[in-house]
Design a protein around this ligand. Structure first.
Ligand code: 7TS
Length: 409
């Protein structure tokens, strides 16, 4: 079991007062705080090794290149990819998904084809496919979210039926950033593969919270963001199964992604370099590697266990407040709680919580169509990470009672 009180000391941003109260940071699904190991890695890089990669023959460039390519090897290990060449550095989950839509999609999707998503997708796993479908004349299909005795869950019978030709690609969220729903990614990928359908996992909310093994999951692509796993903003990576990645055309052109060029045409480097045009985000890739070391030192099984406990505790604690409606499934929940307070707009809840030093997120959480379907166009969300404690959940619950009282005076 991890000791959040001890781990908090690694995260300088947590040690501050907000509006006269100790900060309770519960907006981890938006972005997590960064440990000293990550801040120090950035500091070290810029103080000592700053240089461009893959081109210099001098000491600093050699160091920067070695550290950048080590980060790729580290990312491959982190998700148990067979080969570091299966890792493309991106700006984050969104860019990785756009990369697939613009490369795999450009070659494989044409008029009459279908792309399967779920109704629980974040906009970043919706809009790239909308754009592709519009360009190619393809159609989007959606596995419905249904609301029943077990809460808001995915309709798995519908999934079985929809996952069939003319669907060519199934892209789904692993852990929903609003519903706290955890999809059975391994099963979804196995079903897709049996039916000759390419699978894509949006692992933005799972990568920093549980062990992930792309070979065990059996996915074709998996996209993640560094900033949701204790790493910096502006960096993430896309895993692509080698056989697929190797065949894909580039999507952005520029320096570093080619072997040779004339004025008319170019010969491109193999994957992953052909997908990394221009000077990459060297510093943040290196610091992301430090974040992965940090998470593995804490232990990802232990983080998952802590998430599950805190999430169950929050569900029980907030569930006891009869003026809240909590979205998502009733069991097997990930480490976040999204709720609607009766008679109080989510933005008022979040602003009032801030007065008490508590950081929440309010709005549609980039899940607009889903929130509309669930008749919760605005909701507030508390999302947890390894440094959050049960005492913080208690403070949240007490504060929500105060907020409700304030608005019903
Ligand atoms: N997919 C999911 C499930 C997400 O939760 C997010 C970000 C993304 C993709 C996009 O990640 P990005 O790093 O490329 O922006 N989710 C949130 C959130 O819930 N609040 O702020 C960002």
């Amino acid at each position: 079991m991890i000791d959040p009180a001890q781990l908090r000391k690694d995260f300088p941003a947590l040690d501050q007062q907000v509006n006269g109260h100790p900060l309770v940071y519960l907006d981890n699904a938006a972005t997590t705080q960064k440990p000293l190991a990550v801040i120090n890695a950035l500091d070290h890089y810029y103080r000592r090794d700053n240089s461009n990669v893959h081109r210099g023959l001098h000491e600093l460039s050699n160091r920067a290149t070695a550290a950048y390519e080590h980060a790729r090897v580290r990312a491959a290990q982190f998700v148990n990819a067979a080969d570091a060449d299966e890792i493309v550095f991106t700006r984050g989950t969104t860019e990785g998904l756009n990369l697939i839509a613009n490369t795999w999609g450009a070659v494989n999707i044409s008029a009459g084809d279908e792309i399967l998503l779920t109704e629980a997708e974040h906009h970043s796993n919706l809009i790239p496919w909308q754009l592709l479908a519009q360009r190619a004349g393809a159609r989007l299909r959606f596995v419905p979210v249904r609301s029943g005795a077990d809460g808001d869950t995915l309709d798995l019978d519908a999934l079985e039926k929809l996952l069939a030709p003319p669907v060519k690609l199934f892209s789904f969220v692993h852990v929903s950033n609003t519903l706290a729903l955890v999809n059975n990614a391994k099963k979804f990928c196995a079903l897709a593969r049996q039916r000759g359908i390419v699978s894509v996992i949006d692992a933005a909310q799972s990568i920093g919270h549980r062990p992930l093994d792309v070979r065990d999951l059996g996915c074709d692509f998996l996209s993640v963001s560094g900033h949701k796993m204790a790493g910096p903003t502006g960096i993430g990576f896309l895993y692509g199964r080698k056989e697929l990645l190797e065949q894909l055309p580039p999507w952005q052109g520029g320096g570093e992604m080619l072997d040779s060029t004339t004025y008319e045409t170019a010969k491109f480097k193999p994957a992953p370099h052909r997908f990394e045009a221009g000077t990459p985000n060297i510093a943040d890739a290196i610091a992301l590697s430090a974040a992965m070391d940090y998470l593995d030192a804490v232990g990802r099984d232990a983080i998952a266990d802590h998430d599950a406990r805190l999430s169950a505790y929050a569900y029980e604690k907030l569930g006891a407040l009869d003026f809240l409606r909590i979205l998502g499934p009733k069991s097997g929940r990930a480490g976040l709680t999204t709720f609607v307070m009766s008679g109080v707009h989510a933005h008022d809840v979040v602003e009032m919580a801030n007065i008490f030093g508590i950081a929440l997120r309010g709005g549609h959480h980039c899940n607009q169509p889903l929130m509309k379907k669930l008749n919760a166009p605005a909701s507030a969300r508390a999302s947890f990470y390894l440094y959050n404690t049960a005492a913080e959940v208690d403070r949240l619950a007490e504060t929500l009672v105060k907020i409700k009282q304030y608005f019903t005076r």
